[in-house]
Design a protein around this ligand. Structure first.
Ligand code: NI
Ligand code: MN
Length: 226
């Protein structure tokens, strides 16, 4: 498995011979200027919710790579009208894909597509196969529903959580989320991209470490070593 950070909430994860792209906002992010979206060529694009900072490059990449979308029913339907293909899900449901099982889980956040269309509920993904199990939270507040993840999914190897505050959890709540999901290795996202979410990264790392957890602050366009 490889995990590459693409900036903001974007990740490219290769597992079971398939390449999964999460929440791509790359070409409009000056911090990710080194990444050419045409080189990503994913097999699947997973979208947690409809906000522009999570879907900005989805259409272009899906069209050039012929990737399948995995997202909620409302977002899937919106993209289907643009000629994209894929697989609709809704909260609490899981489905077996050729790279593993995907469960679309609750997030506490809003959602709207770039043209103002209703984006359905916001969600996150828990994904597992024979090699790995991880949680991609998307944008969310800390929520008690996170406690359902260890009860309903295999043990997590790692989780990708937002820590930038203002629009999502900050690091103080994210460390409680790590406790709720019973996971000691957390990769941070949704920080530093724009003014409201600039954070003190050392403070966040220290806070996790004080609670016996590892917080990885990924570097854009680099592979992440767990
Ligand atoms: Ni959002
Ligand atoms: Mn966001």
């Amino acid at each position: 498995m490889t995990i590459k950070y693409l900036g903001h909430s974007g990740f490219l994860i290769e597992t079971s011979g398939k390449t999964l792209l999460f929440d791509p906002m790359i070409s409009s992010n000056p911090l990710a200027a080194d990444i050419d979206v045409e080189t990503l060529s994913p097999d699947y694009i997973l979208l947690t919710h409809g906000h522009e900072d999570h879907v900005a490059d989805a259409e272009q990449i899906a069209k050039s790579s012929n990737a399948s979308l995995i997202t909620n029913y409302e977002i899937y339907s919106w993209y289907q009208n643009k000629g994209l293909h894929g697989h609709p899900m809704n909260l609490g449901g899981k489905f077996q894909f050729d790279f593993g099982t995907v469960k679309y889980v609750q997030a506490v956040h809003s959602s709207m597509l770039p043209d103002g269309s209703y984006g359905g509920p916001s969600g996150g993904f828990v994904i597992w196969n024979e090699d790995i199990c991880f949680y991609f939270a998307g944008d969310t507040a800390l929520t008690m529903d996170m406690k359902l993840i260890p009860q309903t999914c295999p043990k997590l190897d790692f989780a990708i959580l937002p820590i930038g505050d203002n629009f999502t959890m900050g690091h103080e709540d994210a460390v409680i989320a790590a406790e709720f999901i019973e996971c000691d290795t957390i990769i941070a996202c949704h920080f530093d991209t724009f003014g409201y979410i600039k954070i003190d990264k050392n403070k966040a790392i220290q806070h996790f470490s004080d609670k016996g957890k590892k917080l990885i602050i990924p570097e854009i366009n680099h592979n992440i070593i767990l």
